[in-house]
Design a protein around this ligand. Structure first.
Ligand code: CMC
Length: 466
């Protein structure tokens, strides 16, 4: 008789096998290699297609449906690893030895005791704030708890920040007939001359990262409890990161299945290429603002409904649809209004998102523990089937990570307002890992905007304006 934990592992490995078979005809990527800067690439609005940096942290292949952290594929990590181990992997670039993992877990646990931050937060009107808003504030309060960078001479020296002005670069021209401009950008050759590293201290950056990974989830849990008129709880040393997160939110000891599913959800959200929130975090860090401010920017970017906020939208849609029979007319209405179906589509994946491939079956498994949510899960399955058959397969629009994550968190007993904060609680590992990596050879982010306005307009004094 298989245990439920073995069943979870089997479901993940089966999902891996289905993914492998479905995308077998897609070519594997070339062996990765360092770029020879400067690069020439085709750039679309919103920097689509632009390559801004090199990274060994993670890799996404949209055609094969691959998600890779530091060389390890996401299915293996979900089958065998834990969020603590994956966070170590992302930050340090290697799998921990047993003693290293133990120390790392203890460090996260110690950093999770952020009573002072919670007390400070309670002095703000957090009952009127979203959890994401409170998280942003909490990241800032964590900064003042731990560091004292505002003191004049404690600020990092901004020597590494080199910015370019439009004036100093020739204006680009759009190739005629092409909708997307091809811009050549030059990476400063000056960077080849190595400079001594100042301004960003990797050791304290690593500590700050652990502090943030441990603290963000605790703040989310505490704020959610306060919103429900409950007192925040202290993390328990006998529980894993995932187990503690469920306990801190619900006050209940999770079942092994709930704990393992939460762990997998955290692993799945930890990193995902140069997505909007990772980019926002890196942009702020590249100015040598500290990592707490940078993570605050990531939280803000993640809150939007096109990014991390989509999981809340999905649940709203499922409840609005209400029953399996109403799925088809709901989709028809949505498409007639030129709306998007939340939880579907992705800028990178043109195959089934591997994260949704894992979360879907896990949501099915959790139903056993909460049969009252069966109708909602049935609506989700019907919605997936109908989207795929009406336009999804044709347009390569598949469920993304947000489609099943909200359902999973509902099954675990979390309020909707916690769905996006759970994304943040995990993604903070990827944000910080990428910042640490980027800061090893920092260059301030500074793309250009194409000016399409007028020149030589004369200033008309206010009283003469019609
Ligand atoms: N429902 C219906 N049609 C869609 C959807 C959708 N969810 N997503 C894309 N399309 C259609 C879109 O209408 C367009 O069709 P056409 O070519 O006929 O005009 C085509 O697919 C391309 O869409 P796009 O908006 O240009 O694609 P994009 O790469 O700019 O957008 C996206 C990616 C994720 C913003 C978009 O798919 C979307 O808005 N999805 C819903 C929101 C969502 O689920 N977001 C979570 C993303 S995954 C988690 C994360 O990374 O944060």
């Amino acid at each position: 008789m298989k245990t439920d934990i073995e069943t979870i592992q089997r479901l993940v490995l089966e999902a891996a096998e289905t993914a492998r078979k479905e995308t077998a005809s897609e070519p594997e990527p070339e062996k990765s290699r360092k770029a020879k800067w400067p690069l020439t690439c085709t750039v679309g609005p919103g920097l689509e297609g632009a390559i801004a940096c090199e990274s060994k942290v993670g890799y996404v292949n949209g055609a094969k449906g691959w998600l890779v952290y530091r060389g390890y594929n996401i299915f293996e990590l979900c089958a065998y690893s834990s969020f603590e181990e994956v966070s170590f992997l992302l930050l340090h670039g290697k799998m921990p030895k047993a003693v290293e993992l133990d120390l790392f877990k203890r460090k996260l646990f110690n950093y999770a005791r952020i009573n002072k931050v919670i007390m400070q937060l309670m002095g703000f009107p957090i009952d009127q704030m979203s959890v994401m808003g409170a998280l942003r504030l909490g990241a800032n309060l964590m900064r003042s708890q731990y560091r004292n960078l505002d003191k004049a001479n404690a600020r990092p020296a901004p020597f590494d920040a080199i910015s370019a002005d439009e004036d100093s670069i020739a204006m680009e021209t759009l190739p005629s007939g092409s909708e997307r401009a091809t811009f050549e950008f030059r990476s400063s050759v000056r960077r080849a001359a190595a400079k001594p590293k100042r301004g960003f201290d990797k050791a304290s950056g690593l500590e700050d990262s652990c502090h943030l990974i441990a603290g963000i989830s605790c703040i989310a849990a505490a704020v959610s409890r306060i919103h429900n008129g409950l007192l925040p709880l202290e993390p328990r040393p006998d529980l894993s990161f995932a187990g503690n997160l469920i306990y801190l939110i619900t006050g209940r000891q999770p079942t092994p299945v709930q704990e393992r599913v939460m762990d997998i959800a955290l692993i799945l959200h930890a990193d995902h290429g140069m997505n909007a929130s990772t980019f926002a975090t890196m942009v702020v860090a590249s100015t040598l603002a500290d990592i707490y401010f940078s993570v605050g920017a990531g939280i803000a970017a993640l809150s939007g409904p096109l990014h991390g906020g989509a999981n809340e939208e999905v649940l709203r849609s499922l409840r609005e649809i209400g029953s399996v029979e109403k799925v088809k007319p709901w989709i028809e209405r949505k498409l007639a209004e030129k709306g998007k179906v939340s939880g579907f589509g992705h800028r990178v994946y043109k195959a089934y998102d591997p994260r949704a491939r894992i979360l879907g079956p896990l949501a099915g498994l959790l139903i056993k523990e909460k049969p009252e949510l069966k109708p909602l899960y049935a609506v989700a399955q019907k919605l997936e089937e109908t989207v795929l058959n009406t336009f999804g397969k044709e347009k390569k629009i598949f469920p993304n990570v947000d489609f099943y994550s909200g359902l999973i968190y509902s099954f675990l007993g979390f309020d909707d307002e916690l769905f996006t904060p759970m994304f943040a609680a995990s993604r903070v590992a990827g944000w910080t890992a990428r910042v640490l990596e980027y800061m090893e050879n920092n260059r301030i982010f500074r793309p250009r905007g194409l000016y399409i306005g007028e020149f030589n307009k004369r200033y008309v004094p206010l009283k003469l304006r019609a």
